[in-house]
Design a protein around this ligand. Structure first.
Ligand code: KMH
Ligand code: ZN
Length: 289
């Protein structure tokens, strides 16, 4: 019988900063564009092929300033081969204009929420019309899309949008576990999120909080095309040990992948696995990240 293990190299995404985690919780959280780019480039050297980006103000508050995204993406394009992705989830309470600020940086990919949920104590709302406007905007700029799904209904919406031609194939979905208000991190949760997906979807697993590495391990064994780590998702390397960098978290995720027989996708391999065109520019030429 043919092997059903996924022998494709796994694509590691690093989420270096997010919108919620602060330096009071972990001093390694990068804030300025230069810090974010530097921390991300170091994570790329440990095996991250994709970066999921948020921007911050200097005081650490979440930022909807397009200039910050342009600065970060520019630095990364000059210093790495990474695939750049901007969040359009932003932070709870941001306006839609603030949430789409990153599209101005012409990244390779944009995230898009396919539904709403309670994000801890706060409602995190993405109406269908808002999501469709984000999809149109990304599409018309030649930016690919990755759906951010926090529960089963979000996956179902993404599949419906694919069937209706609102999203173009290939379907890329980040399955997010562990947000209070979203699906729980568990084998049953993963099975439920995977059930609606067409077989040729590119899916990746993110898990916020304590079960982070356990869910990444489960995903790797289950054949996940991608996994995500970084200080947006987890501040500890292991119980009671703060991660001192995004690179350390990517290093740990890479080790986990290798320990279960998976190899790591280079940025070039990741482009092909994600169904993205090759890079237009010449690639890294400087060291200003
Ligand atoms: N900060 C959260 C409210 C995303 O990037 O698309 C939304 C978030 C998800 O982080
Ligand atoms: Zn995010």
């Amino acid at each position: 019988m043919a092997s059903r293990w996924n022998d494709d190299p796994v694509v590691i995404t690093v989420a270096p900063t997010g919108a919620e985690v602060t330096r009071e919780q972990n001093p390694a959280v990068p804030y300025t564009p230069e810090e974010i780019a530097r921390s991300t480039a170091a994570a790329a050297a440990r095996g991250a092929a994709v970066v999921h980006l948020h921007a911050r103000e200097e005081d650490g508050g979440p930022s909807g300033n397009p200039d910050h995204f342009v600065d970060i993406v520019g630095r990364l394009e000059r210093s790495t081969e990474m695939i750049t992705m901007v969040s359009t989830g932003g932070a709870v309470g941001m306006s839609v204009e603030e949430r789409v600020a990153g599209l101005r940086a012409s990244p390779d990919l944009s995230g898009v929420e396919s539904g709403s949920l309670n994000f801890g104590e706060d409602p995190f709302i993405t109406a269908p019309a808002t999501a469709r406007a984000i999809i149109d905007r990304a599409d018309s700029s030649g930016i690919g899309l990755e759906v951010e799904a926090f529960d089963v209904a979000h996956v179902l919406s993404a599949v419906r949008w694919l069937e209706d031609g609102i999203l173009r194939p290939p379907l890329r979905v980040n399955l997010v576990f562990g947000v209070p208000g979203g699906i729980d991190p568990s084998p049953e949760g993963l099975a439920a999120m995977l059930r609606p997906l067409p077989p040729d979807s590119f899916w990746t697993v993110t898990c916020v909080g304590r079960e982070h590495f356990r869910m990444l391990g489960l995903a790797l064994l289950w054949g996940a095309p991608g996994i995500r780590t970084g200080l947006e998702d987890v501040i500890y390397l292991s119980k009671g040990v703060l991660a001192d960098s995004n690179a350390a978290l990517v290093g740990a995720a890479a080790e986990l992948a290798r320990s279960v027989g998976r190899t790591l996708a280079s940025p070039t391999e990741a482009r092909s696995l994600l169904g993205l065109p090759g890079r237009m520019t010449a690639g890294p030429s400087g060291d200003d990240a």
